[in-house]
Design a binder for this molecule. Sequence first.
Ligand code: CAA
Length: 691
Amino acid sequence: MPVHQDIIGRILVLRVDNPPVNALSKIERRGLIEGIARGASDDVDAIVLTGAGASFIAGADIREFGKPPEPPHLPEVVETIEASAKPVIAAIAGQALGGGLEVALACHYRLAEAGARFGLPETTLGIVPGAGGTQRLPRLIDPMLAADMVATGKSLDAASALRTGLIDWIADQPIDVAALGHARSLAGQPLDERRLSERNVEPSPDAIEDLALLKAETVKKSRGAIAPGVAIDLVAKALQSPYDVGVAEERARFLELRSGSQAAALRHIFFAEREAAKGPAEAPRSIERVGVIGAGTMGAGIAMSVADAGIPVVLVEQTEAALGAGLDRIARAYGEAVARNRLSNDVADERRNSITGATGYDLLANADLIIEAAFETMDVKDAIFKSLDAIARSDAILATNTSYLDIDAIAAVTSRPSQVLGLHYFSPANVMKLLEIVRGRETDPTVLATALAFARRTGKVPVVAGVCHGFIGNRMLRAYNREAGLLLLEGATPSQIDTALTDFGMAMGPFAVADLSGIDIGHKGRQAMEPGAYEPAAFRVHDGLVSCGFLGRKTAVGFYRYASGKVDGENADVADIVAAARKEFAVSPRSIDPEEIVERCIFAAAAEGLQIVKEGIAARPGDVDVVYVNGYGFPRHRGGPIFYLRETGEAGLAAIRRYAAGPFGRWWPDVGHPGAIEPPGIGKSTDKDAA
Ligand code: CAA
């Protein structure tokens, strides 16, 4: 039974039981209404509403969202709970999220375990709460906090929830026992007037003004995602309108957003991330001690990401000076986190102290996993892996953070190629969520399963890739940057291209990114590539800038000029370099519209992604989307490059065919044919049918 009913003494306990997270589908919604009706009988004095297992209710069942909604709807459930003449106490362990928090808000009292979390993450799924969340929360807690929670989807822990008035008690004994105790003490008492009169609040003009500011900031940050701004409007509505009016507006906006393309895209990426994190059936080994080789930006970031998950790290550098610089970098980063109130001093100290520096490999002898993040040449990797093979335990996993090099070749220098794989982090490694796990030809399934479990434990979004130059993400990026470079040659300026792509929702444009990471980095990378492996015309301007010493932000001049760390206009010298490149490649400039810029760059990444799936480097199109969304600033609300291409349908494929027939079209993989965007695992969505 999805909602169990148990009478204990004169208390009715309703327990939602829909593993793994007690999501509410129509069966649970019906069960809750039936349960409250059962509570009306004379043998019941009070009702406890709780969840089975580790979660209270993690929200509506997202899998139902693509289908026509079926009654009873959640608003009916929450109205029924609130209208109960018997006091209803929510007993919350684990997650009370989305519709789960709305159910808790409708209860007359809320009791929680110390580890519980409360949030309205609907905007992360492209929708807004649809059962009173935006109307009840600002009536219960500080409206600005409520607005922040609904706009960002951030959750509160139990201590904050108690402090802000979201919950009434934190249980100081097992939650079921505490819930029964509270229920008994409330039995027969009239319902607290305050709880029933919360519907009428006096609007505060200050809050309305602050909400307008928050909305302007949020819209700017959302890069085109609609739901966060709508959520703040609804909170403002709560402060200015009677409850019933606000709730009707909320429901209308919920239904509208739910059937929109952004919600479909965000649901796609939600499930794609979880699918990508699944690996072989083998049980993962436990990782309790980690070694990191290299204390540069990457190695230090990796060490912090591991330490942040409570796993001790040994960080190895060749010299005391390099090690000291790395440890200083880590100390500074933790110091900044404290200064920004992201971490307490104690937690920051604990994490920093769990990273031990060393200049030799001896302390790695006991590590379960060693991650190499040293210089990106095969000679360096060879030497390190030979040494690690000699010192590491025979069952230790050896990983390389290489971005491009052949992992099979690295594995081959060891006596244990089955224990070797790639862990490709993105910079800054303690912040960026993506982790490409690169399986070598001989990587053991248990090793892969262990890497996936380790990734999740350290808060990463893992995607498994096969071995090829650039794996999934950097290979797609190469195609994306190729088209950006060609567009420059064909007539667009760096800022036209960057603006078209940031207007589309990319976090940064390709030329701003090149300036940030250093134009010389890509230049060096190309020099190491086989001739013919990339389109020289696409990167001639980059190369020209490097020969002038314009390397990007670090020299204060690249595609743009920088003053005090901020963009201070385009670099006027780019025009001359572009003119020379046009001459060299016999390209006549023309006017290029933003639509072509977006199509060329995004479809190039998507087409490369489809090719990557076809070659088996990625298991499914969703994996490719997860990589580009989490590692390359692709707007999440557009679902990833392949999802976006799929949504454009035949028009997108026709565009790919057109570009493939263009002057530099030989680089486009052969994916512009009908059927290319319907590979297994990404069937046409029926989301638009949802009412
Ligand atoms: N609906 C359906 N399935 C869900 C779900 C949901 N709300 N939440 C989680 N799941 C599924 C996941 O898909 C996953 O399934 P598989 O094992 O088959 O892949 C499984 O539950 C476990 O999820 P996680 O791997 O994410 O587990 P976790 O322990 O890392 O995290 C969690 C648990 C914090 C609850 C996380 O799953 C989460 O954030 N879920 C989404 C919560 C959410 O957004 N709720 C709001 C929904 S919208 C809403 O509620 C509006 C409304 O009322 C109309």
